[in-house]
Write a protein that binds this ligand. Structure first.
Ligand SMILES: *Cc1c(COP(=O)(O)O)cnc(C)c1O
Length: 384
């Protein structure tokens, strides 16, 4: 069986977990947490980063930080993970779903302006597969309407897929006012469950530490800035244990090797599937000129839902696990009665027709060839 994803030990993860235990501190915000945060601040020049229990948690922190109130509107792509919207729903926001671009699964930046109203508080972008959204256009829209309505409209990056990828040479996660990264086992750098909040806008720096530590000033206390720590704001337990941080740091030390390997595998897929002779069968990923991606996902877009589902079943019978991705959130059982009825046809196409192929560092060339040949067999059967 070729699985869709296979977690792996990249380097010193287990040794670091032992060191954390031996050090006598495995609760949060210890030395491995600091090392992970410094890694991001130094390598990508993020203003500040806080390790979290998940990307979901980081998104929830961002909703608290921008002070979402009942009835505030938040623009979210419909082709997104549940947490991308849920984090804001939890604070009482009204979600306004946006469509995908016709060419790729990212939010259609041309569709955003018509969704902005005096109640808009934030625009959430998701760089699907680590391929950047059109950030200059989106940030200038947010800035323009912030001035126009006299209150700030924030841009938040769901950068769950995106570490190491760039938009016009700027690291993803470093562009929005706030950003959220994931270290879930399916992501390029993994810690089982884990995430990070990136604070690019200095106004959030102090309060983020408080929300992170259950609404207390315990972080300031640990730096000897206050004599006791108190309950001073809302918050929750958003910080992971040192066991998670130790594992993560072992992965981060192998960041470049992991990305080089993924690049090789992604490009091997690309060379096989993007041949001219295959163009009438399915679409391959579109990478806009402004995006330098990080080889997070290799996907195909089939002609219709039935063909996509048949392909997934066919591959499963051949011992290959390929998977669909997000179901359009505006049509979900939770949201469909709350949606305003606008059609979002491109999001539905990606929900219905996209299939992701196995991609993880221990995948080998022969397996990619086997996957390619199985897919070509599927298509030659249906073309007969
Ligand atoms: C994986 C993922 C998340 C959630 O990440 P967790 O760390 O599992 O909470 C959020 N958004 C996107 C786009 C994701 O792919």
């Amino acid at each position: 069986m070729i699985p869709f994803n296979k977690p792996m030990i990249a380097g010193n993860e287990l040794e670091y977990i032992r060191k954390a235990v031996d050090s006598g501190k495995i609760s949060g915000n210890g030395s491995y947490t600091q090392l992970c945060q410094q890694y991001f601040e130094q390598r990508f020049h993020f203003h500040k980063s806080l390790l979290t229990t998940s990307c979901t948690a980081a998104l929830e922190m961002s909703a608290i930080l921008i002070n979402i109130q009942e009835g505030d509107e938040v623009i979210v792509p419909s082709f997104a993970f549940v947490s991308t919207a849920n984090a804001f729903v939890l604070r009482g926001a009204k979600i306004v779903f946006a469509d995908s671009s016709p060419a790729h699964p990212n939010i259609d930046s041309n569709s955003i302006e018509s969704l902005i109203t005096p109640k808009t508080k934030a625009i959430i972008v998701l760089h699907y597969g680590g391929v950047a959204c059109e950030m200059d256009k989106i940030t200038s829209l947010a800035n323009h309407y912030s001035l126009h309505y006299g209150h700030q409209i924030f841009v938040i990056e769901d950068a769950a897929h995106s570490i190491g990828a760039t938009y016009r040479n700027k690291p993803l996660g470093g562009i929005g006012n706030l950003s959220a990264i994931s270290f879930h086992e399916t992501k390029n750098i993994q810690a089982g469950e884990g995430g990070m909040l990136i604070i690019n806008d200095e106004q959030f720096e102090k309060r983020a530490e408080v929300i992170w530590e259950k609404g207390t000033n315990r972080v300031a206390f640990s730096r000897n800035e206050v004599a006791i720590y108190d309950w001073i704001d809302i918050g929750s337990s958003f910080l992971p244990s040192e066991i998670t941080a130790a594992f993560l740091f072992g992965q981060l030390e192998k960041f470049d090797a992991i990305n080089v390997r993924r690049k090789y595998l992604w490009e091997t897929y690309w060379q096989l599937f993007s041949k001219d002779s295959n163009r009438h069968l399915f679409h391959t990923p579109v990478i806009p000129e402004y995006a330098e991606h990080n080889y997070h996902i290799f996907y195909l877009v089939c002609k219709n839902k039935e063909q996509r589902n048949d392909l997934i079943r066919f591959l499963a019978d051949m011992g290959i696990m390929a998977v669909f991705h997000y179901q359009s959130l505006h049509l979900s059982p939770f949201f469909k009665d709350k949606h305003d009825g606008r059609n979002l046809p491109n999001a539905e196409i990606f929900s219905n027709c996209l299939v992701r192929l196995p991609l993880y560092p221990n995948l080998v060339d022969a397996e990619i060839v086997k996957i390619y040949e199985a897919i070509m067999t599927f298509y030659s059967d249906i073309e007969k």
